[in-house]
Design a protein around this ligand. Structure first.
Ligand code: E4P
Length: 219
């Protein structure tokens, strides 16, 4: 399973890339706003240079014509750019038009099985079901991932499934067990993935015994 980093923070992306855990990056208007930079095109280009893999930048127009125009502009920024389009009625038109021109689209804000089916039919390269936000309203977000995997297998649809709105290590493990193509993971969750109390406890024990030996008290 590929790991994308769900962030627009250059330092965080660089750090995760250096440990081999960044196959791509996803951003959205909220993540971009967090960085406080108004030169958003320049920021996306810098992210592409670090990631050297697919980088999603989201359109902000709400009508199809505006999304298509903005999508073409974003795609021209760098060969790694993927255009993120919200899954609305207007969005579907834009997904079909941009995909038809060979521009990779990541269909975002996906919350239902039918939305997964529709965006694949429209030609989206990626679909992003938001599991954490579904959990937040009392549904099981991972059920949607299971549905998407099954439907795409049933019809040999090539759209790659990005598990989005990941909040915990369990989301990542469950994504891999279900066969999702990608999980887009916030940097703080990447840190949690490697942590285990028994690793820390075991290491503390090894260090204590090693220090005893160095102090000549071991026997
Ligand atoms: C996906 O591409 C989105 O950027 C992201 O996963 C949204 O996550 P959130 O629900 O934590 O905002």
């Amino acid at each position: 399973m590929k790991f994308f980093i769900d962030s627009a923070n250059l330092e965080a992306i660089r750090e995760v890339k250096a440990m081999g855990m960044c196959d791509g990056v996803t951003t959205n208007p909220s993540l971009m706003a967090k960085e406080g930079r108004t030169d958003t095109d320049a920021l996306l280009k810098e992210i592409c240079a670090i990631a050297q893999g697919p980088v999603s930048g989201e359109v902000t127009a709400l009508d199809a014509a505006g999304m298509i125009e903005e999508g073409k502009r974003l795609a021209a920024l760098d060969d790694h750019m993927v255009v993120k389009v919200p899954t609305t009625y207007e969005g579907l038109k834009a997904i079909a038009a941009l995909s038809g021109e060979g521009i990779p689209v990541n269909a975002t804000l996906v919350f239902s099985t039918n939305q997964c089916l529709l965006v694949a039919k429209a030609g989206a390269a990626y679909v992003s079901p938001f599991v954490g936000r579904l959990d937040d309203v009392g549904e099981d977000g991972m059920d949607l991932i299971a549905d998407a995997v099954e439907i795409y297998q049933n019809y040999d649809l090539e759209t790659e499934i990005i598990v989005a709105s990941v909040r915990s290590p369990m989301h990542v493990a469950d994504s891999a067990l279900l066969g999702a193509d990608i999980a887009t993971i916030p940097p703080d969750v990447i840190k949690k993935l490697v942590a285990h109390p028994l690793t820390d406890k075991g290491l503390a024990g090894f260090m204590k015994d090693w220090e005893k030996l160095q102090g000549g008290t071991g026997s």
